[in-house]
Design a protein. Structure first.
Length: 440
């Protein structure tokens, strides 16, 4: 009977614990759980523990490494998130089972004298069941209160990983030094040389500390996300202000030209009537210079982009940068004017900045192409750059990715020697969606 109980305790309960850890670990990563992977992982975990006879802290460390390997290799998750949630998953399990064990050691002496065998059996299995329930409750609590948006900044994730790992290692150290591999029960049901109340207090404090750490990091990640959104809104306001200023200037020029057009027509008419054809032609040529200010140097079939590209590429030409643009965009388009300004404004600003760092005497150019194919808009900006600087995702590229992400698009960066290429693929929303985006 004892052998069956040991088999059930070692293999069945351990297998359930490993499978549960795997399940919630994948959910923490916000990935789809595949049960077959969980079964295979459970079998691997039990085999590793049995073959290498791992116990205590070494067993948990190996288990953490296995979770990290699965999350990184099979689910392609970010390493920082994988490491953090592997530690948190194992730590929650050890803390919950440790809490239940300490609570059992405190309550067991109260009923020990009545029937040690029956109550020992009840406390053992009842404690395991309660530990599983408490573990699931803690996992759900982490998911509901402490999960953060995966799009948020992860650069400070190790601020959370280090204290979480410290709590885990400290808890395991206490368990090994207090309880060890065997537990000695005195005749009165108390554990020999162990103050279970103190251990319980330390374990409760560790669990509360872990939740506080995870909650604090969620608040920090949310704060970074809000800062990023605020920066994006600030840039939207900047581009909108530029667009309004340019539109107002062209409106004033158009208004002035319309006011004077009758006078111009009268002059040309008088010159022709007086057979002064050459003078009339010269006057018309002068009028062409006036109308040139009313037209856009770039024609994309999209008025907002005509203004934006005319401004940005005009700055490039002033800096002796060769400019070539072949972009056709339908108007109205499912992509909002502000998002267009963010995407192309940042892309061209980065291109002009890269060209300005090229040594004198070398070719400087910006070539831009783009067209709509079905429900997709593909734009490519190619420019020369020094080739010496590492490409980093600064504010400009971050804002581009954020704007493109609203339309489920992709951004790809490639370099070839002294050539930099930015490819942007955007899925054009349906007409019903475009109306709300234009107004938004």
């Amino acid at each position: 009977m004892i052998d069956y109980l040991d088999f059930f305790s070692i293999y069945v309960m351990t297998s359930l614990e490993i499978f549960m850890n795997f399940w919630f670990f994948i959910e923490f990563l916000q990935k789809k759980v595949k049960p077959i992977y969980g079964i295979l992982f459970t079998g691997l975990g039990v085999a590793v523990l049995e073959i290498f006879n791992l116990q205590g802290i070494w067993a948990f460390l190996v288990f953490i490494i296995l979770l990290i390997a699965v999350g990184k290799l099979f689910y392609r998750a970010d390493f920082g998130s994988v490491a953090l949630y592997a530690v948190v998953t194992v730590e929650i399990t050890t803390l919950c089972f440790g809490l239940c064990n300490s609570l059992s050691y405190i309550l067991f002496p109260v009923v020990f004298k009545n029937n040690p065998v029956i109550f020992g059996f009840i406390f053992e299995w009842g404690g395991n069941i309660f530990a599983f329930m408490l573990t699931v409750f803690c996992y759900r609590g982490i998911q509901q209160c402490c999960m953060y948006d995966e799009a948020a900044n992860r650069k400070y994730i190790f601020m959370t990983l280090m204290p979480a790992l410290l709590i885990f290692l400290a808890g395991e150290y206490i368990n090994e030094n207090v309880y060890g591999n065997t537990v000695t029960i005195e005749k009165d049901g108390l554990m020999s040389g162990v103050n279970s109340c103190q251990v319980l207090f330390v374990q409760v404090l560790g669990a509360v500390s872990l939740f506080c750490i995870m909650l604090a990091y969620k608040k920090l990640a949310d704060s970074f996300k809000r800062d990023k959104e605020a920066a994006l809104l600030e840039q939207q306001a900047h581009f909108l202000g530029q667009y309004v200023k340019e539109a107002r200037l062209r409106y004033e020029k158009t208004k002035s030209f319309r006011h004077d057009i009758k006078n111009h027509i009268t002059v040309v008419k008088e010159l022709l009537q007086n057979q002064k054809t050459e003078a009339a032609l010269q006057y018309v040529e002068g009028m062409e210079n006036l109308t040139a200010d009313l037209s856009f140097p770039i024609s994309t079939n999209h008025p907002v982009l005509d203004i934006l590209l005319g401004n940005k590429l005009g700055i490039a030409e002033e800096n002796q940068i060769e400019v070539r643009c072949s972009l056709e965009v339908p108007y109205p388009c499912g992509i909002s004017d502000i998002d267009f300004c963010i995407i192309l404004g940042n892309a061209l600003d980065n291109a002009v900045s890269a060209c300005s760092r090229i040594d004198k005497g070398k070719q400087k150019y910006i070539h831009m192409t783009g067209k709509v194919q079905g429900d997709f808009l593909l734009m490519e900006i190619e420019n020369s750059y020094s080739g010496r600087r590492m490409i980093r995702s600064g504010t400009g590229l971050t804002n581009i990715r954020a704007a493109v992400g609203k339309y489920h698009g992709t951004v790809e960066i490639r370099t070839e020697g002294e050539k930099f290429m930015l490819s942007i693929l955007v899925i054009i929303p349906q007409q019903s969606e475009s109306i709300s985006q234009q107004t938004g």
